[in-house]
Design a protein around this ligand. Structure first.
Ligand code: AMP
Ligand code: MG
Length: 422
């Protein structure tokens, strides 16, 4: 039996960061930048006003106060998006809106609140003159050209994961398309004679195939593109045919057929068609796991597709997906942080570890009095998928331990990291 870490290392050794592709920026959320992005413009492009107010010469406001305003002649107005045709000369000011370029000759902006504009308006006076009620320093309320981004600067480094703010910065640079690491296509195949597709009539002795849907949703959630192959039956021929359709993907994920039963033929197909790595992993649920490379001859060359064979039980397949397929997808996407976020929590229930494997117990975590508390979400059978719907984390009970008692501190791998939990 190998450890979870050893199994993960083997899986990660088989997958590579995928090649870059150019994409429109709005389609790149969560993807990894595959180029250094430099700016060929200044942002802001010109000195401009940070406030609605009056653009003026700071020295014209010397000793101005509420009791002794300095009066300036208003020679024009400028709004955002326009250049002033007039120049501020001694004793004059130009009414200016936020974001408007600073007129020539001006070196400061005094906001409306620090002028007598409101009084003038309410007393029916015009705005041909304005009283300035405070002394302005040079540069007051002026956003300087290039203060955010200077032309030629390296703005975003290769390998950066693109969040909404990076996408906004790209737009502000005028970049509508960037190079990002391509998303992996993950082919998904459920196996089992007992499985019925979700849109078919259920028959006696059969069950609906849920793994395809859990796995496809997981693939999308972590940034891959799911390619659903459907249901393979428990024969080498059926599985081989189905898997052939998935060999143009970047990774194959199957569920079921990897235990020791007579009809567990996934490993036979891997042994015949590929290079097999079949292990029992020291974890619960999810002990049997197959991993290898499926081979295909394409244009006279051998192509190898990594294949992860997950156990069939719905909880086992989801938990093994989280431990092994998720990091593989993230690595292919060019991401550097492959581990799930973990926290330490007080466990509310005793958990027995009967056979010494690393246990992943489904728990619901809540924060209470500054501490995280985790409670087990009911029966832990590996076929009970509803236990996952009630869980937001997996409590990790270390291998070799006898379990934990209520009140112990446990490490919890968070399935979801919601804002309420921070
Ligand atoms: P296996 O690993 O093929 O022996 O399957 C273990 C258990 O998981 C059996 O009870 C299967 O019926 C169930 N199972 C396998 N595949 C699926 C699936 N795609 N959806 C739901 N249950 C499944
Ligand atoms: Mg089966």
């Amino acid at each position: 039996m190998i450890s979870v870490e050893e199994a993960l290392e083997k899986v990660l050794n088989y997958v590579e960061v995928l090649e870059p592709e150019p994409k429109p920026i709005l389609d790149c959320l969560g993807q990894v930048l595959a180029e250094d992005v430099y700016s060929d413009i200044d942002i802001p492009p010109l000195d401009n006003s940070a406030m609605d107010g009056y653009a003026l010469r700071a020295r014209d406001t010397l000793r101005a106060s509420e009791l002794s305003p300095q009066y300036l002649v208003v020679i024009g107005e400028v709004a955002a998006g326009y250049l002033s045709t007039k120049k501020v000369s001694p004793g004059t000011a130009i009414r200016i809106m936020t974001g408007a370029p600073l007129p020539e000759g001006a070196d400061a902006v005094v906001r409306f609140e620090d002028t007598d504009e409101v009084n003038r308006k309410s007393s029916g006076g015009g705005l041909s003159q304005i009283g300035i009620l405070c002394e302005a320093k040079r540069g007051l309320n002026v956003r300087v050209r290039g203060e955010d981004i200077a032309r030629g600067d390296l703005i975003l480094k290769k390998w950066k994961v693109l969040r909404p703010q990076e996408i906004g910065v790209l737009a502000s640079l005028g970049r509508s398309i960037v190079l990002v690491v391509r998303r992996p296509v993950v082919a998904i195949l459920a196996t089992g004679d007992e499985l019925i597709a979700v849109d078919q009539q259920l028959a006696s002795g059969k069950i609906y195939d849920s793994n395809t849907y859990t796995i496809a949703a997981e693939v999308s959630r972590y940034g891959g593109i799911p390619k659903i192959l459907g249901i393979g039956r428990d024969s080498v021929q059926s599985l081989t045919e189905k898997l052939d359709e998935g060999l143009d993907a970047d990774m194959l994920v199957t569920s079921g057929g990897v235990s020791k039963g007579d009809y567990d033929v996934v490993k036979d197909v891997l042994a015949e068609r590929g290079e097999i790595g079949f292990w029992t992993v020291c974890m619960k649920p999810g002990k049997p796991l197959a991993f290898g490379l499926m081979k295909k001859i394409e244009g006279g060359r051998e192509k190898r597709v990594p294949h992860l064979g997950l156990p069939g039980n719905p909880v086992s397949s989801m938990i093994t997906f989280e431990q092994f397929a998720r990091p593989a997808i993230l690595k292919m996407l060019g991401k550097k942080i492959l581990a799930k976020p973990t926290i330490r929590a007080i466990i509310e229930n005793a958990i027995l570890n009967t056979d010494g494997r690393r246990m992943f117990a489904r728990v619901s975590v809540a924060k209470c009095g500054g501490q995280y508390h985790a409670s087990v979400t009911g029966p832990q059978g590996s076929g009970i998928l509803t236990s996952m719907t009630k869980a937001n984390g997996l409590a990790v009970i270390p291998e070799g331990s006898k379990g934990v008692k209520s009140g112990d501190i446990v490490e919890v791998q968070m399935l979801d990291w919601s804002e309420e939990l921070q």
